[in-house]
Design a protein around this ligand. Structure first.
Ligand code: PGA
Length: 256
């Protein structure tokens, strides 16, 4: 983390887990486990249905609530979808865009992902844009080109002003939910590469200010080594964020 130039962010991703009735007990445990230091931003990205309960439970804390997806349209004939404008209205701050599970199950990414990033910005949300290669792509040695391409696609026609309100998350697909974390070197190499792509697109100063997260089996044990890397500014945490005490322990590592 380089806290001189950018804010650290620890974001939980509950995916399709927990119930409305779990939210308050989780928040109570998390609040009592959390220390006083404010060295990083905190977000919890919950299923749409749990958002009102999460906003209520974390009111008056420094935990921001995020969504896990939003439509690329601001409104209209999109049955079953939720728009960034609707999320903003109820107090959501972040939205995950292009998570590999959405790329896999919903063929998201590319142009749609870029549209979602733009719509999120227009609504006033901060997109957390996920990129990352599969195991096969890493074995074939195309991971750098692939992630570079994903970053360029997601940021197509995104203004320098909007870039300041954008977070990128490097999440190697082979490390998600597998217990197989990327080594600190692998994660740092890719996060530095992502920053280099942004430097080519926007220049040195904007690139220096972008928060880049690592995600993929991050937990309270490996967080310290990962977060010690210069280009890793935080984490997007799935499994370990479901346990309030474990998630608070990761936040404490980033707070230091
Ligand atoms: P994981 O998930 O921490 O359970 O690997 C991370 C993510 O998919 O965001």
């Amino acid at each position: 983390m380089n806290k001189k130039y950018r804010r650290a962010l620890i974001a939980g991703n509950w995916k399709m887990n927990l119930l409305v009735s779990d939210v308050k007990p989780y928040a109570d445990t998390f609040k009592s486990a959390l220390g006083k230091s404010k060295g990083c931003d905190i977000a919890i990205c919950v299923p749409h249905l749990l958002i009102p309960a999460a906003i209520k439970a974390f009111k008056d804390t420094r935990v921001a609530i995020g969504a896990q997806d939003a439509s690329e349209c601001a409104k209209g004939a999109r049955t079953g979808e939720v728009s960034a404008v609707q999320l903003k209205e109820i107090g959501v701050k972040y939205v995950i865009i292009g998570h590999s599970e959405r790329r896999h199950y919903h063929s998201e990414g590319g142009e749609i992902g870029n549209g979602k990033v733009k719509t999120a910005h227009e609504a006033g949300l901060i997109p957390i844009v996920c990129v990352g290669e599969t195991l096969g792509q890493r074995e074939r040695g195309v991971e750098l080109e692939l992630v570079r391409m994903q970053v360029k696609e997601a940021l197509y026609k995104i203004t320098p002003e909007a870039l300041k309100r954008t977070v990128i998350a490097y999440e190697p697909v082979w490390a998600i939910g597998t217990g197989k974390t990327a080594t600190a070197e692998q994660a740092e190499q890719m996060c530095a590469e992502i920053r280099a792509v942004i430097r080519c697109l926007y220049g040195a100063r904007p690139a220096r200010g972008v928060t880049i997260l690592y995600g993929g089996s991050m937990n309270e044990e490996n967080a310290e080594e990962l977060l010690a890397q210069p280009d890793i500014d935080g984490g997007l945490i799935g499994g370990a964020s479901l346990d309030a005490e474990k998630f608070a322990a990761i936040v404490e590592v980033a707070n230091k």
